[in-house]
Design a protein around this ligand. Structure first.
Ligand SMILES: Cc1cc2nc3c(=O)[nH]c(=O)nc-3n(C[C@H](O)[C@H](O)[C@H](O)COP(=O)(O)OP(=O)(O)OC[C@H]3O[C@@H](n4cnc5c(N)ncnc54)[C@H](O)[C@@H]3O)c2cc1C
Length: 537
């Protein structure tokens, strides 16, 4: 029988960091089992290839939520990476750690997860192009682009308009302050996506003690006498078992990790019994507390050129291709989101509760069918999107069947609390305020989506219920906490009540953070590995 010391299930953002850290000393044999395939694909490496990966079954789990009453009954599309690098190989590459206070919230019930501890780990992990300082790391494995050159000229107009609307400029959202408008740092290196696979896994794969198996779909954790001793997985039509002498670590992400626990008999007892799965450890929190950021784009037709004008005509595509291949520049070398910001919808709040995304680009974003990200609107279009930072709506992940291949039921419950509706309403009004400032207004021809006819509170709410969607940050479904009454893993990311088993990925966040979730998912991997190695000693 196949045996290793540590099995890591999933080579995503957290799994790649774990694979690197656990193999660095050379003392442990580590095997990563990844359901997806290689990341050596053109559109994975090309930053604006993002749009091509959005519906590509070769790299994407292509999840759908249940019809959501909060979205006027629509089923939302939830892309997740199924490839080396996981979602970091298909994401939009914005690098945000979150607000310091979010980590203080994490640390309150979870020793070792407060801001000082997390800042130390972030700094050790990072290699920030802007240099190291009290807030930024330099010399670590993860290169982060400061994104200072090649920005679209409208970025400066947007920043001026934000300032005029009362949101001052912020040169570093990962610095002392999160609030303000500014340019996003990016996980891009030398004009190529810097996924967790590229930054952590690929270098580690040179070590003899790391084995990475692609196309390996883990179907359950093998548990004997209350302890995880291995996993069962399917590869090439065969079912196999791999034993772990030390530990099994689930890093399958916020949808698949709770699904795997439930398939392994760890979860809500009634659900497991109804599907004929023997209950190993009852815990109603497995799959619960699903938290996600919900976003909406407003778009305007402009009097000045945007990327639509560059990327729509054939000669524009040719030019963009030449800019990229000859000099590593142009729109293809960047994320779709050049800039953004964080703001509060009420002045009495202690931290920002909304995030902005600026795109010198516009495209219709349908709920169903291909998202034509590389098919811009046939006019000079501009989009400013926003999403909530700390929503109070909660959903859940539940097995649909006892087969690992069947997608679980994803109940998102978007906008199911008054808080989330009210803050989004205030936020979309602020978006219009930004567009009405002298920095931008003279350049705007007209608001297209939703359009000026959508004016009352009721109309605005109905608009974001029908046009908004996930911004792809599901988390907290195996959340960390002190006991199994409220959580799934402890502060060491060990599953409550089961030996030899951890969950280390975005599902273990105690609460969703304010900002994009790739950085904190990699932080989970970094700090999780420290815990694993400390326990091994
Ligand atoms: C379209 C999109 C855009 C995004 N944009 C941004 C952004 O700009 N900035 C940002 O910070 N964040 C962004 N995110 C979010 C961020 O990428 C994720 O939060 C983060 O990558 C999650 O990391 P993870 O380790 O929890 O899971 P993942 O990275 O999703 O990794 C899970 C891995 O486990 C594998 N796996 C799952 N189940 C099994 C199984 N049973 N057997 C074997 N392998 C399995 C999967 O195939 C996958 O490779 C975006 C996400 C998406 C999808």
């Amino acid at each position: 029988m196949d045996e290793t010391d540590y099995i890591i299930v999933g080579a995503g953002s957290a799994g790649c960091v774990l694979a690197d850290r656990l193999t660095a000393s050379g003392k442990h044999r580590v095997t990563v089992l990844e359901a997806g395939g290689t990341d050596r694909r053109f559109y994975v490496h090309l930053p604006l290839g993002y749009g091509k990966l959005f519906y590509d079954p070769a790299v994407n789990w292509l999840y759908k939520t249940e019809p959501d009453p909060g979205l006027n009954g629509a089923r939302d599309h939830w892309p997740r990476g199924k490839v080396l690098g996981g979602s970091s190989s298909i994401n939009a590459m914005v690098y945000i750690r979150g607000h310091q206070q979010d980590y203080e919230d994490w640390g309150r019930d979870n020793p070792g997860w407060g801001w000082e501890d997390c800042l130390r780990a972030y700094k050790a992990m990072e290699d920030n192009e802007a240099g190291g300082d009290a807030w930024r790391g330099k010399g670590g494995p993860l290169f982060i682009s400061a994104n200072r050159s090649g920005l679209h000229p409208l970025v400066a107009k947007y920043l001026a308009a934000c300032e005029q609307a009362g949101l001052p400029q912020n040169p570093d959202f990962n610095g002392l302050r999160q609030e303000g408008a500014g340019v996003y740092q990016m996980t891009i290196k030398s004009a190529r996506r810097n996924s967790a696979a590229r930054a952590f896994l690929r270098p580690a794969m040179k070590r003899a003690n790391l084995r990475v198996v692609t196309g390996a779909m883990v179907t359950r954790v093998v548990i004997e006498g209350g302890r995880a001793v291995g996993v069962e997985y399917r590869r090439g039509g065969e079912t196999r078992v791999m034993r772990a002498k030390a530990e099994v670590i689930l890093a399958g992400g916020a949808i698949n990790s709770p699904q795997l626990l439930q398939l392994s008999g760890i979860g809500p007892g009634g659900l497991l019994q109804s599907l004929g799965i023997p209950v190993v450890r009852e815990n109603a929190n497995v799959g619960d507390h699903l938290s996600d950021h919900q976003g909406i784009n407003y778009t305007w037709a402009m009097k000045v050129p945007t990327y639509n004008d560059e990327l729509r005509p054939w000669w524009g595509k040719l030019r963009a291709g030449m800019q990229y291949f000859l000099g590593g520049g142009g729109p293809l070398a960047k994320s779709i989101n050049h800039a953004g910001g964080f703001f509060r919808t009420r002045p009495d709040m202690d931290r920002p509760n909304m995030q902005l995304y600026f795109q010198a680009f516009s495209t219709l974003i349908p709920r169903e069918g291909e998202r034509p990200l590389l098919t811009p609107d046939p006019w000079s279009g501009l989009s400013i999107g926003l999403s909530n930072c700390r929503p109070t709506s909660r959903g859940h992940i539940r097995l649909r069947t006892a087969r690992a291949e069947d997608h679980p039921v994803i109940t998102a419950n978007a906008f199911s609390t008054n808080n989330d509706v009210e803050e989004m309403l205030a936020a979309v009004k602020f978006l219009r305020k930004i567009a009405a400032q002298p920095g931008l207004a003279p350049l705007v021809k007209e608001e297209l989506r939703p359009g000026p006819q959508i004016a009352t509170d009721e109309e605005l709410i109905n608009d974001f219920r029908s046009r908004s969607g996930t911004v792809y940050h599901p988390s907290c479904t195996c959340r960390m906490g002190p006991d199994s009454g409220s959580s799934v893993v402890d502060a060491g990311l060990r599953v409550h009540g089961v030996g030899g088993l951890r969950v280390i990925d975005a599902s273990a966040f105690p609460n969703i953070i304010a900002g994009n979730t790739n950085a904190p998912a990699m932080l989970m991997g970094w700090k999780g590995a420290e815990q694993v190695l400390a326990d091994a000693r």
